[in-house]
Write a protein that binds this ligand. Sequence first.
Ligand code: AMP
Ligand code: MG
Length: 313
Amino acid sequence: MSGKQTTISPDKEGIARAADILRDGGLVAMPTETVYGLAARADRPDAVAEIYRTKGRPDFNPLIVHVASPEMARKLAIFNSAAEQLADTYWPGPLTLVLPLREGADIVPAVTAGLGTIALRQPAHPIAARLLRELGIPLAAPSANRSNGVSPTHSDHVFASFGGQSPPVLDGGACDAGLESTIVALDTDGGWRLLRPGPITAEELTETLGPPEKSRGATIEAPGQLKKHYSPGKPVLLGRIRADQDGFMIGFGEVAGDVNLSATGDLAEAASRLFAALHQAAASGCKAIYVAPIPAEGMGRAINDRLERAAAP
Ligand code: AMP
Ligand code: MG
């Protein structure tokens, strides 16, 4: 891998070039509507190993596989009717389905960390969608940052996280949703459980499928949901209305700050700005990061989930 910071422009030629790199087993950081993903083909052991190595990611933390279409997904997993309904309603989009892995699916065991299930998503971002269509191969893609770091919503964040180790970045500007996908596990009996809150809210899912099953064993079944994650490398203090003298204040609504996630109190806007604010706070000279209270409703639950893990000691 080159030590240079290479961006690829997302035109026809650039997408063809990114597809070539991926086809040959290389890594490319690609924009999605959630965050930038560190993509590699999910059917090649060397390519998948390079994802874990580049991120410094523990191998018990499985990867999400990105597909070009529901048809591609059905070759990899067994869809029950609830899964079909969710894919029908929310794909392409920021919803990941954890489903039984289909026997004989051409997926490297390291992708699923040896589990009998696989996490699948069809991204809506036009660049990711074109790349997947052109390539025709499922792509494993965790967030394009060193393990435990703050997720990237801009190509600069990818370069800042990997430095000279950075893969080429297909540059799509800022990501829309700005938070990782919602993850839902579907059980064989038709029930569902939320494994990770995200842009598709629990309220929306309940509207589509009815109420979830009581959460059971979520820590075992979502091995990557580590308590400490998204660490900006300095203390994070939540639910504050002002910062101490040498603190960086992340505001929300009427609580002002060095940056404000959304002056109008819009949770979707706040989600899209959250990681950029944490990157900015991390890069500032301030010793600690103070964050305004965020309401625990709708997408606010996903924002608080990320903040609590950024703040975990
Ligand atoms: P990331 O792509 O880094 O945002 O993380 C993907 C997350 O998806 C992991 O941390 C896991 O929690 C979750 N995941 C991936 N595959 C599975 C699976 N087979 N079962 C449960 N959770 C999964
Ligand atoms: Mg991540």
